[in-house]
Write a protein that binds this ligand. Structure first.
Ligand code: 13P
Length: 255
């Protein structure tokens, strides 16, 4: 982390976990667990828990995000949620392009870009996920792949809008597998992402943009990952569902 030039952000991605009733319970435990944080704390919850989360987190240091957003403003898109709907609820962040959306819901680099632009236009902060599969890592194309995903996701996103963009590097092989990238691997790719940001927007924007690592990050490995200069925080799946584990990661980012 380099807190002198950019914000450290620990964000929980709850994925398809917790009913609204369960969310209430978890958030009531999270509030005291992260209240001393010296980093930004975000929880991204299922749509059904957003109202509860916004209400309970008001006046605390926890920011609330959604896990996806549709790119159209409104219309005949049964089952979808627009950026304006999220903003109206008081939601501040949204994740786009998570590998699970790419893998199971036909998300492409182009639709990730459309979602990012729609979310930014509505005033949301966007966490853009990029990352390679195990096969791609073994083929030696990690850097090219992540560069391409980043460039396409950010097409027509302005330097000014970049103030509301976070990039999350999430190697697919490390998600939910208990197999974390080494801190060197995380650093290498986060630095490569910052390099692309520099090419696209110049050094100042690259230095100011938060680049997170995600993939089996937990209380035990957070310190080592966050020690790396280009790893500015984490996007946390499993460990964000337990207040003590999430609190410990937030504490690691608060050092
Ligand atoms: P895990 O922390 O469960 O590996 O999930 C990471 C992730 O996908 C966060 O978006």
């Amino acid at each position: 982390m380099n807190k002198a030039t950019r914000k450290a952000i620990i964000a929980g991605n709850w994925k398809m976990n917790k009913t609204a009733t369960e969310a209430k319970e978890l958030i009531s435990q999270l509030i005291p667990a992260v209240k001393q944080a010296d980093c930004e704390v975000v929880i991204c919850t299922p749509f059904t828990s957003l109202c509860t989360a916004v209400e309970l987190c008001r006046g605390t240091n926890i920011h609330v995000g959604a896990e996806n957003v549709h790119f159209e403003k409104s219309g005949a898109y049964t089952g979808e949620i627009s950026a304006d709907m999220l903003v109206d609820l008081g939601v501040e962040y949204v994740i786009v392009g998570h590998s699970e959306r790419r893998q199971y819901f036909a998300e492409t680099d182009e639709t990730v870009n459309k979602r990012a632009k729609a979310a930014l236009a509505a005033g949301l902060k966007v966490i853009v996920c990029v990352g390679e599969s195990l096969a791609q890592r073994e083929q030696g194309v990690t850097e090219e792949l992540v560069r391409m995903q980043t460039k396409i996701a950010l097409q027509d996103v302005s330097a000014e809008e970049m103030q509301r963009v976070v990039i999350a590097y999430e190697p697919v092989w490390a998600i939910g597998t208990g197999r974390t990238a080494t801190s060197e691997q995380a650093q290498e790719v986060c630095a490569a992402i910052r390099k692309v940001l520099g090419e696209l927007y110049g050094q100042a924007v690259a230095e100011a943009t938060t680049v997170q690592y995600g993939g089996s990050m937990n209380a035990g490995n957070a310190d080592e990952l966050l020690e790396k200069p280009d790893v500015d925080g984490g996007l946390i799946g499993g460990a964000s569902l337990k207040a003590d584990a999430f609190g410990a990661i937030v504490a690691a980012a608060s050092k």
